[in-house]
Design a protein around this ligand. Structure first.
Ligand code: NAD
Length: 422
């Protein structure tokens, strides 16, 4: 079992046991409903045939169609996809979207394929899974290595089988039914969650020192929103290195630089530092927004932040999580902190189904409302159960999924227990 799976399973079982939902329901809830593996054989530009393995793992659909990203990455493996699929079930439940969870991926390095090879690979994958995805069944979205263009190919290929179906994926280009505000949504939601947790501690963002790992979609938008609200982003890293500036990096200048150059490398608005020292930089808020399992038992004691807001999926191992709890560091968990993306994906799907476009102002207002409500509910459970925010978020998610599962008749004997609890 990879550490990715261990994290999700550990947090799920810890919360489930504290709630006392019973081992039978625990077993039903954590096992994925369907795991599909497809061999995608395509003709490369040099006319050779090459095969890639793709997965779609559908974890749970008790609350609605399954929802989750599609990752193109050389490290994609079924165990990791499985764990990320389960995480999606709990994430959609925390923010109370009418969805379950799924995840998919193809074991490929997209940087090594040409545009047309990627297109053929995406279409071949959809040929293999088109009958198990759909607007009312399972709705993929972009993830690492995929983007709006990938989603456009999926709409086209899926629609060849099933008729015009923009609602089969989210994260589409605007021209094909994408939503205003989707690109910035995860970073915006993260900023909303950060403000909410700070307010609980009688703090605000003005002048607060923030360190961010990752300057891609999540990290760069989070940086922009936090910076615009007065925070000082004192250090940032990406795959090419890290920079530090005690008085705060000019995020507008860094954004312009990365848009032109593709990375933070070569930016002269800060000192180059060793990325390995990033987490030990003195700050108020740490935002891991790049990779999973970066906060571990080996570096948790060095973390100098008072708050950790999880932009990435699964950045904290269970051992590190325990150390943070003992040290009084407040962690806002991934299933809440980075849920803004799937919330606006849901808005995109709603717009597609209604065939009605929302303004960006409406998207932003609805996102603010969903994120604030989710934070309020998680915080209230943390208070009444005297637990950390992660356990509370899992408890909220589990109670919602368990009730839907029980109501649908899959595990009747637990219905009374769950009905009585909440
Ligand atoms: P991205 O590919 O846009 O950006 C990733 C960033 O991480 C890049 O800046 C990259 O250079 C950097 N990075 C890679 N390796 C690094 C390393 N070793 N050290 C420091 N930085 C490194 O990806 P993203 O969409 O921003 O996603 C980041 C994380 O957030 C992932 O865990 C993803 O699953 C999660 N997430 C993304 C969304 C979304 O809407 N994009 C939503 C929820 C969760």
């Amino acid at each position: 079992m990879s550490s990715a799976s261990e994290g999700t399973q550990h947090y799920f079982h810890r919360a489930a046991r504290e709630m006392g939902i019973g081992s039978r329901l625990e077993k039903v809830m954590i096992a994925p409903k369907r795991e599909v593996r497809v061999e995608c054989t395509i003709e490369m530009d040099n006319h050779e045939l090459e095969s890639f393995v793709g997965y779609r793992i559908q974890h749970d659909n008790s609350r609605g169609p399954m929802k989750g990203g599609l990752r193109f990455h050389p490290h994609v493996d079924p165990d990791e996809v499985n764990s990320l699929a389960a995480l999606m079930t709990f994430k959609t439940a925390v923010v109370n979207l009418p969805y379950g969870g799924a995840k998919g991926g193809i074991n490929v390095d997209p940087a090594k394929l040409s545009h047309s090879e990627l297109q053929r690979l995406t279409r071949s994958f959809i040929d293999g899974i088109h009958d198990i995805i759909g607007p009312q069944m399972d709705i993929p979205a972009p993830d690492m290595g995929t983007n709006a263009q990938t989603m456009a190919w999926i709409v086209d290929q899926y629609s060849k089988y099933h008729g015009w179906s923009p609602a089969v994926v989210t994260g589409k280009p605007l021209e094909l039914g994408g939503s205003a505000g989707r690109e910035a949504a995860t970073g915006r939601g993260l900023a909303i969650a950060t403000e909410a947790v700070l307010l609980d501690h009688s703090l605000d963002l003005d002048g607060l020192r923030i360190v961010i790992q990752g300057f891609g979609n999540v990290g760069s938008w989070a940086a922009r929103f936090l910076y615009d609200r007065g925070a000082k982003i004192v250090a940032i890293s990406d795959a090419t290195g890290a920079i530090y500036r005690k008085t705060g990096v000019d995020i507008n200048a860094l954004t312009a630089h990365t848009q032109a150059k593709g990375s933070i490398s070569g930016f002269d608005g800060g000192d180059r530092i060793n990325p390995e020292n990033l987490f030990s930089i003195e700050c108020d808020v740490l935002v891991p927004a790049a990779l999973g399992n970066v906060l571990t038992k080996d570096n948790a004691a060095d973390v100098a932040a008072k708050f950790i807001i999880e932009g990435a999926n699964g950045p904290t191992t269970p051992e590190a999580d325990e150390i943070f709890a003992k040290r009084g560091i407040t962690v806002v968990p991934d299933i809440l902190a980075n849920a803004g993306g799937v919330v606006v994906s849901y808005f995109e799907w709603v717009q597609n189904i209604q065939q009605f476009r929302w303004t960006e102002e409406r998207v932003i207002a609805e996102l603010q409302s969903v994120m604030s409500e989710a934070y309020r509910e998680v915080k209230s459970i943390a208070k009444s159960s005297r637990c950390d925010l992660r356990t509370a978020a899992f408890e909220l998610a589990i109670s919602r999924v368990a009730r839907a599962t029980a109501l649908r008749g899959l595990e009747n004997e637990n219905f009374c227990l769950i009905g009585a609890q909440k």
